[in-house]
Design a protein around this ligand. Structure first.
Ligand SMILES: *Cc1c(COP(=O)(O)O)cnc(C)c1O
Length: 396
């Protein structure tokens, strides 16, 4: 393939050429000192991206889903209670994994389009006087609905209830694109993967454990072997893995963190916010609505856009792929057929975003939706010009 459009799915994301090259390596002896020169900076870089000094990083050859399993199997025992809210396909899948592992899930049903209900967490934790609930699970960015939850508010809820439960956060589609403060929010386990904010191929589960989470590991009775962080920690002490590491991906991770930190994390977050705001301006100009129910919930990495009643949103994704060779995300679960998703995270610029908006517009016009060509693009152009022209004037 020598002509390639950017993808607008919320992972895997577009890969910068330098990261593809970094991940494409000749075979290297993973028991040689050379490997440590990749592993050490990769782990240190992840810590900086997560804004943590206190946490220990464990990276498995796996995906985000393996990161969920790492979190629960290393800290919990069969029959333990965990508290979680269901508000989209990804929060649902983590809950399902807990149930399949024999954990008892205290489930808060939340409308899709809503976020983690901190007040409900607080009520339930306050009522759990015996402290049977061992962990609180939150999906920071629900990729199915384009909803961002307030992790600081969940932390405040746990603290207000004076509850000792661990806080596990799925940051698969937020980390490295949206602000994430592991230490400040006292997150106990953070989970992500390589193929979203880190702009790499899929293949790494990236996890971070707080000292409090580490203290729970020895007593935890859920079976684990591949994902046992104690084996990983012992091997890391010798700059090695308990098995064969994905060396090329780790080399990519090292460079990815270098790129993110060189751009500046706050600049990375601001870029995602700006790109997302332009896309939201386009959605408004089309007269459509987001699945996310209020502005404070808007995700800066993915927008799930509701299509008119009776229209099959999936046809937008199919038509875009077939006619324009552009990938958007389909609706999942409860919102299947009702929304289509524009992923806007990772290696993306305003100009790339404009091409996605323009394509979505052509597709919707092709399919007979009542939208005028150019309206969404113009709204986003206005938004993207704004900050830049004032900068040019200031420099002149
Ligand atoms: C993509 C995603 C996952 C699943 O990650 P895989 O790498 O596909 O296993 C989990 N949670 C969220 C929020 C995601 O966006």
């Amino acid at each position: 393939m020598y002509m390639q459009n950017p993808v607008f799915i919320p992972g895997p994301t577009n890969m910068p050429e330098v990261l593809r090259k970094a991940a494409d390596m000749p075979t290297l002896d993973h028991r040689s000192p050379l490997f440590g020169e990749i592993l050490r900076p990769a782990l240190a870089g992840v810590k900086k991206v997560l804004k943590t000094d206190a946490a220990s990083i464990f990276v498995f050859p796996s995906t985000g889903t393996g990161g969920w399993e790492t979190a629960i199997t290393n800290t919990l025992s069969p029959g333990d209670r965990v508290l979680a809210a269901r508000y989209g396909m990804f929060s649902q899948r983590w809950i399902d994994m807990c149930q399949r592992h024999g954990l008892k899930v205290d489930l808060i049903e939340t409308a899709w389009g809503g976020g983690a209900p901190a007040e409900r967490y607080e009520e339930i934790l306050a009522a759990d006087k015996a402290h049977e609930i061992k962990a609180v699970l939150v999906t920071h960015n629900e990729t199915a609905t384009g909803v961002k939850s307030d992790i600081a508010a969940v932390r405040r809820a746990i603290d207000a209830a004076k509850h000792p439960a661990l806080l596990f956060v799925d940051g698969v589609s937020s980390i490295a694109s949206m602000d994430f403060r592991m230490d400040e929010w006292s997150v106990d386990i953070a989970v992500t993967g390589s193929q979203k904010g880190f702009m790499l191929p899929a293949g790494l589960a990236i996890t971070a454990f707080s000292p409090k989470a580490l203290a729970a590991v020895d007593a935890a009775k859920l079976p684990r072997t591949f994902f046992d962080i104690r084996d990983m920690a012992r091997s890391y002490a010798n700059n090695a893995y308990p098995y064969t590491p994905a060396v090329g991906l780790l080399n990519g991770l090292k460079l990815s963190t270098e790129l993110l930190l060189a751009e500046g994390l706050e600049n990375v977050f601001a870029r995602h916010r700006r790109i997302a705001s332009g896309i939201r301006a386009a959605v408004r100009a089309w007269g459509l609505e987001l699945c996310a129910r209020s502005e404070d919930l808007y995700s800066d990495t993915v927008s799930a856009i509701r299509t008119p009643e009776g229209f099959d949103a999936t046809s937008i994704v199919a038509h875009a792929a077939k006619t324009y060779d552009v990938a958007f995300g389909v609706g999942l679960g409860e919102v299947a057929g009702k929304v289509f998703r524009i992923g806007h995270l990772g290696s993306l610029t305003d100009v790339m975003a404009l091409s996605g908006i323009a394509t979505a517009e052509m597709v919707m016009v092709d399919l007979g939706l009542n939208i005028r060509l150019g309206t969404g693009v113009a709204a986003a152009q206005e938004y993207y010009r704004d900050g830049r022209t004032s900068k040019v004037q200031a420099a002149a």
